[in-house]
Design a protein around this ligand. Structure first.
Ligand SMILES: Nc1nc2c(c(=O)[nH]1)N[C@H]1C(S)=C(S)[C@@H](COP(=O)(O)O)O[C@H]1N2
Ligand SMILES: [Mo]
Length: 525
């Protein structure tokens, strides 16, 4: 067999491996989505990688891709699988049996990942097994058409050995025609699977047609003066669709409120379980609260402000009567996530809520439907458990939470922070007076002052919009007159009402949030 023929065959082997993999994942995914969504192999594989990934790698990925981190994860898992399949296909030119075995072994990886999950059932592996069978069949079929089995066969093969141009091109056409057709079928199954996903999510949204009770205690209306009205400033209330999303699940659990319950247990005198009807019968309170993620980089947008409807966790806990030795509540999510909240933050006078509503609507699946915690003043990872199912009253020296086990703090109060939203980084601004504005937050303390600096100038005090509560963010704006043409920097810092000035010291987000002043560059033209 000459070199060119070998290279041709190797290329076809690679194509066969890739097409087989597309078929395998596509079919397995489609079957899984139709019958048992949590058994979709690509999703489960991606999901399995999350806890394995070093925390030091996760947070930068979140910072880089933000809400798209999950898509990036699934796409890279798929890409990894395709590269592996291509290599196996190339191997098939000389070692067909070994390559086929490797393909099956690689296919079994998601099967293992699926079966070791605690909530797995035996039928969960069926979609992937069918996918593997289809993938291997496609692989062998394509090899048969495009890659002669052995060297001997290759030289004996009348088509290839004689190198007759017509038969060679016929075999090429036949191979790529077949590969193209099967690849297209694989692609269609993937698309069909994705369509099913969005249909299921719509079904989930239908379940979400939960009727919120009218608040027993309404939040005060947000005054117009809470906004600076500076164009380009982030709205004071963040709509659910624009609200940042951080969690460790690839697709949010679809929970039927009829099936949901909250169990309060651990160091309590009386274990309490509430159904959704029980919860909705309680007098609900509305509160404006700004939620913040510990992974938010300086100037980042992992922060949002909403009007939450919920029942005070304080009163829920009171029903169970916690033991006075308890100092922590470990909240558990449907998906296994946990957060450790100092019990004091749940029992003092702040509006720590078991929230069922966000901006007048039930929670969306992504933001914790049907119920989640919202605790003013603490970063989300130690307080804001979505899809919450249990409040376990315990002690910090006895239990640890999901992110604490991965190097983050056990307790994490929110630090004073501020960011520039106008002008945008690297914006070109016409000469004259320059308008500057943004948002600052220091939940629990409240913002006292925001100062801005142009280039190496003096700190100048910005005008603050009206404060809604100490637990909500606060907009600010100011102007610099007659700024000369050229390149400039702006820096911002905030001070809270306890007198804490936002530190200029730069540090990483692990273990309890990044610090430093936000600064941007812009050009005056
Ligand atoms: N079940 C569950 N709840 C969770 C998380 C999670 O990974 N799983 N992440 C927490 C973190 S780190 C943050 S910052 C907030 C974000 O809430 P949001 O996605 O509604 O903005 O949810 C918290 N609740
Ligand atoms: Mo977070």
């Amino acid at each position: 067999m000459n070199r060119t023929t070998r290279a041709t065959h190797r290329f076809r082997g690679v194509v066969a491996g890739i097409v087989a993999t597309v078929m395998m994942f596509g079919l397995a995914d489609l079957i899984a989505r139709a019958f048992t969504p949590s058994a979709a192999p690509l999703l489960t594989l991606g999901q399995a990688i999350i806890p394995l990934a070093p925390p030091a790698a996760i947070k930068p990925v979140i910072a880089l891709f933000g809400d798209n981190d999950k898509l990036v994860l699934v796409l890279s898992t798929g890409l990894g699988a395709i590269i592996l399949a291509g290599l196996i296909g190339a191997l098939a030119v000389s070692r067909r049996r070994l390559a086929t075995t490797l393909l099956v072994v690689a296919g079994l990886v998601p099967v293992i990942v699926i079966i070791i999950r605690p909530e797995a059932g035996a039928i969960d592996v069926i979609p992937t097994l069918i996918g593997i069978a289809a993938g291997v069949a496609v692989f062998l079929l394509l090899l048969r058409f495009g890659v002669p089995a052995t060297h001997a066969e290759a030289t004996d093969s009348p088509d290839v050995a004689r190198g007759s141009r017509t038969s060679e091109s016929l075999s090429r056409r036949r191979f790529f025609g077949l590969a193209g057709a099967i690849g297209a079928i694989g692609a269609v199954t993937i698309a069909a699977g994705q369509t099913l996903v969005s249909l299921t999510q719509e079904a989930g949204a239908a379940v979400a047609k939960l009727v919120l009770p009218t608040p027993a205690k309404k939040a005060a209306a947000i005054p117009a003066a809470a906004s600076t009205d500076l164009d380009g400033t982030v709205p004071f209330v963040t709509e659910a669709k624009d609200f940042y999303r951080i969690d460790t699940v690839l697709s949010p659990p679809v929970i039927d409120p009829e099936q949901w319950s909250l169990r309060i247990h651990g160091m309590v005198e009386e274990e309490v379980t509430l159904t959704m009807d029980d919860v909705l019968d309680l007098p609900q309170e509305e509160h404006h609260i700004t939620l913040t993620c510990v992974s938010n980089p300086v100037g980042g947008d992992l922060v949002g402000n909403a009007t939450w409807l919920g029942y005070p966790v304080r009163d829920l806990l009171a029903r169970a009567r916690p033991n006075s030795q308890a100092d922590m509540v470990l909240s558990h999510s449907f998906d296994g996530f946990t957060a450790s909240t100092p019990i004091g933050a749940l029992t003092d006078d702040r509006a720590a809520l078991l929230a069922v509503g966000m901006n007048g609507e039930p929670l969306t699946p992504i933001h914790g439907f049907p119920a989640r915690l919202v605790v003013p003043g603490l970063y989300g990872f130690v307080s804001a458990t979505k899809w919450v199912t249990e409040l376990e009253v315990t002690r910090f020296d006895e239990k640890t939470a999901y992110w604490t086990d991965r190097g983050w703090d056990a307790k994490a109060p929110i630090l004073v922070a501020s960011r520039i939203e106008v002008p945008k980084p690297l914006a070109k601004v016409p000469a004259g007076d320059i308008r500057v504005g943004g948002t600052a937050w220091a939940q629990r303390a409240g913002i006292d002052r925001v100062e801005v600096k142009l280039d190496d100038g003096e700190w100048t005090q910005a005008d603050l919009a009206e404060e809604v509560t100490i637990d909500t963010w606060r907009q600010w704006r100011t102007e610099f007159a007659e700024v000369a043409a050229g390149s400039h920097t702006l820096t911002v810092r905030a001070t809270d009402k306890d007198g804490t000035v936002q530190t200029a010291k730069r540090r990483d987000s692990i273990p309890n949030s990044a610090t430093g002043h936000h600064h941007i560059q812009f050009r005056v033209e």
